[in-house]
Design a protein around this ligand. Structure first.
Ligand SMILES: Cc1cc2nc3c(=O)[nH]c(=O)nc-3n(C[C@H](O)[C@H](O)[C@H](O)COP(=O)(O)O)c2cc1C
Length: 153
């Protein structure tokens, strides 16, 4: 096992957006633009989902990087009721190839975010967090495939 794999962690949280139409899409784009640079600098990868009512974000990377980001994110007034479902050591990354992906609103994805936000009890929360992570990963892969298709590759 190399040193990197023992010191990396993954974290997932859900929160409630305080953004209001008509500026919310613009504001989310601003968050994503900013995050692409900073997350890459910190070696953190992951995915952000915005469902128009809530955010869900999966972050993974060196513990120091993930914790530094969370310190900023937790104090951000663009969301509230931030609930970290888990923060745990990982052996491998789920989102190794890009800094951050914005999934955008989707009824299918929002259903999973809501289920996690409302889950009661540790076992149910962890189960739904894992499911949401799978959905995020599939969503991001589909988005990348679509981008490749549009480029004709
Ligand atoms: C839902 C949400 C997710 C965010 N995700 C990230 C992120 O992944 N990386 C990042 O650098 N900033 C992210 N931000 C922005 C940070 O909260 C913060 O504004 C930015 O990092 C600047 O931090 P600072 O004010 O501590 O310098 C996010 C904000 C929100 C509301």
């Amino acid at each position: 096992m190399d040193e990197r794999s023992v010191s990396e962690v993954a974290l997932i949280y859900v929160s409630v957006s305080t953004l209001r139409l008509p500026r919310e899409a613009e504001e989310v784009d601003r968050i994503v633009d900013w995050s692409l640079g900073r997350n890459a600098e910190l070696g953190v990868t992951g995915a952000l989902i915005f469902t128009e009512k809530r955010f869900a974000q999966y972050l993974e990377g060196p513990a120091a990087g993930v914790d530094a980001l969370m310190a900023s994110i937790a104090g951000d007034p663009r969301h509230r009721a931030l609930d970290v479902v888990f923060r745990r050591p990982i052996e491998e990354r789920r989102f190794a190839t890009w800094a951050l992906a914005y999934a955008g609103p989707s009824t299918f994805v929002s259903g999973h975010v809501l289920t996690l936000a409302e889950a009661k009890g540790e076992a149910a929360r962890l189960k739904h967090a894992d499911r949401l992570t799978d959905v995020m990963q599939q969503f991001v892969q589909a988005q990348l495939a679509e981008q490749r298709r549009q480029r004709g590759g």
